[in-house]
Design a protein around this ligand. Sequence first.
Ligand SMILES: Nc1ncnc2c1ncn2[C@@H]1O[C@H](COP(=O)(O)OP(=O)(O)O)[C@@H](O)[C@H]1O
Ligand code: SF4
Ligand SMILES: [Mg+2]
Length: 391
Amino acid sequence: MSQSEPLLKVENLKTQFFTEEGTVRAVDGVSFEVQQGELVGLVGESGAGKSVAAQSIMRLVEEPGRIVDGTVTYKGRKLVDIQERPDGTLEESEEMLSQREMRTDIRGREIAIIFQDPMESLNPVFTVGGQLREFIELNREVSGSEAKKIAIDMLREVGIPEPETRYDEYPHQFSGGMRQRVLIAMALACEPSLIIADEPTTALDVTVEGQILDLVDDLREKYGTAFLWVTHDMGVVAEICDSVNVMYLGEVIEQAGVDDLFYDTKHPYTEALLRSIPRPDRTVESLDPISGVMPEAINPPSGCRFHTRCPDAREVCREAHPKHGPPEEGATTDDPTPPDQGTTGDERDHLVSCVKYEAVGYEHSEPLENESTDAFAGGLSELRAGGEDGE
Ligand SMILES: Nc1ncnc2c1ncn2[C@@H]1O[C@H](COP(=O)(O)OP(=O)(O)O)[C@@H](O)[C@H]1O
Ligand code: SF4
Ligand SMILES: [Mg+2]
């Protein structure tokens, strides 16, 4: 852990959707930190709760969703500070910012968010430059002509050729990659300390994605901006992240510096995600054939939520909910000692939620029979055993 206060600290965040079918525990007790200038990954399959976590930090969760517990502290200010009372009612602390303060002080100026689909954020009937200029005028104390100059500079900065001409063009005249660059320009325009990027390169082809990731890396160096990078793609994580949080069914199940996560992987789910990218063009999306067995967040499995799919699952995994923390003394793990060059050398703790790393008797427990486990472990789509979950 770093000695200085992190830029963003998320503690025990819980967000639920109250639907007719039941309560969806989309984010279920998530904690992580982002240091100044750090690029932090939030990775997991579709439905893990990544976007809801990102929206919760910005207080953008929509009905029937609600943040029901947790704190989010940004530069010492409480973006979220909610406690669930024992009777189930919610208590918001006095310190928690109002929606108005979120709008005027935080969103855009301090924390910007970039979404997967630029067309959601760009208005098709106005020029790209006009939208960028208006955004800058709204958020910074500058005149219209200054704002236009900043807008053109920002377009140049994110690698848009002939920015003076392209300033007057409409979003549909830009390619997908160029539109995503415009959004990055918009996010950077108010010089925020943190940018939350929710799968911004997922819709792009691999080459364009690589160019955008390079750009982000350069801009981060230059401006010192921190990023929370949401993705389902371990390849992207490897390329740009400093540290990583792996999510499964609403929980963070492994946290580590990027080198530790790749070279000293602890959680079986993280291992499975890593196995799913043997080729650069293959992403977690290729796990789709087994995504049918990812349980519902409405009624998550008992014990370890991954036990219905985990190749290492034993009886104890069905009962014990793993603690999230560093591996315990006296735990049985068949973990190889990490190679020397594999550790990052920073002091960040490597945290994991798996009973293999707790002294709860995993080694004496009987293996759990699980067909989806076999499919997951043994080559994925080809081995999909009937497609049915054993539960
Ligand atoms: N508006 C909503 N109503 C009900 N459930 C929702 C809503 N939005 C998201 N969820 C549920 O919350 C869970 C997490 O979703 P999400 O954060 O979008 O996943 P990810 O971004 O990791 O793919 C999923 O089970 C999803 O179905
Ligand atoms: S607790 Fe058990 S089921 Fe969960 S990841 Fe660890 S070994 Fe697998
Ligand atoms: Mg998402």
